[in-house]
Ligand binder design. Structure first.
Ligand code: ATP
Ligand code: MG
Length: 279
């Protein structure tokens, strides 16, 4: 479990706190989205979770290890993997295979174990055909998949992703998102994911909302999207599928309240049609 205990952080020279009195915990296997307007403190919170930043006050504890204790730094980095917004800031090697091996080299694994883990993540992320390619020649979505593979090869307990799809086109976004959704389902690793896309928030089991460095919501995505006036104040939008579902309901089509994504909407509409004996 990662515990954030009454944490505040003020950057050097800044007049206001980037985070104020934030408390929360993240459990293994959870799928958590972090949302909030630009500057609300999302990236700061992720960096606190793996000890890249230390709190000005309060504590962050990863599996009983305080991130402020220097002797735990490497173990915490291994357990808590971080994927940046721009994969170019993360990829350093000349081939995809070497990139995946790079992160593992500090773990003291033997060659056979490393080879096994490389094959495992190449197949899980559908990267086998790119194994010998230089990462910097790949598409944005492919690069982000390589960055995720390199972190997963270290077998983290928690995977943090900072807007990993925001620089990608729609196709790359779907590619990376389906991988994140698969990881969250697999439940061997908690996924904590900063995103500005309402449809991505809807797929998480829990969402945290930051506003001006304060944690203002911690609950289910459907409950968040039900709170329309707060949403606007926090710079968030409902998923388009929910607005379409409202229109359809107004026209007498039965759509369950849980529908938040386009896939779920299509399924609900086809069920309603089959009940009516339509197409
Ligand atoms: N290295 C830094 N030094 C000083 N201030 C910083 C630093 N990094 C962030 N800040 C400030 O801290 C606040 C929170 O920033 P943070 O990057 O965590 O927000 P964010 O929610 O990730 O924003 P965005 O959606 O734009 O990525 C902002 O006011 C920002 O200007
Ligand atoms: Mg950010």
């Amino acid at each position: 479990m990662i515990e954030v205990q009454d944490v505040s952080l003020t950057y050097h020279g800044a007049g206001t706190s980037a985070l104020s009195n934030v408390s929360l915990s993240v459990h293994p296997g959870e799928s958590v989205a972090i949302a909030g307007a630009s500057g609300s403190g999302k990236t700061t919170l992720l960096r606190l979770l793996n000890g890249l930043r230390l709190p000005s006050s309060g504590r962050v504890v990863v599996d009983e290890m305080d991130t402020a204790n220097e002797k735990h730094v490497w173990e915490i980095r291994r357990r808590v993997g971080l994927i940046f917004q721009n994969p170019d800031n993360q990829l350093v090697s000349t081939t995809v295979e070497r990139e995946i091996a790079f992160g593992m080299e500090n773990l003291g694994l033997d060659r056979a174990e490393m080879r096994e883990r490389i094959s495992d993540v190449l197949s899980r992320l559908s990267l086998e055909s790119l194994r010998d390619r230089p990462p910097h020649h790949l598409s944005g979505g492919e690069k982000q998949r390589v960055a995720v593979a390199a972190v997963l090869a270290m077998r983290p307990t928690y995977l943090l992703l900072d807007e990993p799809t925001s620089l990608l086109d729609a196709l790359g976004r779907r590619e990376v998102w389906s991988i994140i959704a698969g990881l969250a389902e697999d439940a061997s690793c908690a996924v904590v994911h900063v995103t500005q896309f309402p449809e991505e928030i809807a797929l998480a089991t829990r969402v945290l909302v930051l506003d001006g460095g304060k944690l203002v919501f911690d609950g289910r995505p459907l409950d968040l999207f039900g709170a329309a006036s707060d949403l606007r104040n926090w710079g968030l939008k409902r998923p388009p599928a929910m607005a379409i579902a409202d229109e359809l309901r107004a026209n007498g089509i039965t759509i369950p309240a849980s529908v938040a994504t386009l896939d779920e909407l299509v399924l609900a509409v086809s069920r309603d049609e089959s009940r009516e004996g339509g197409v």
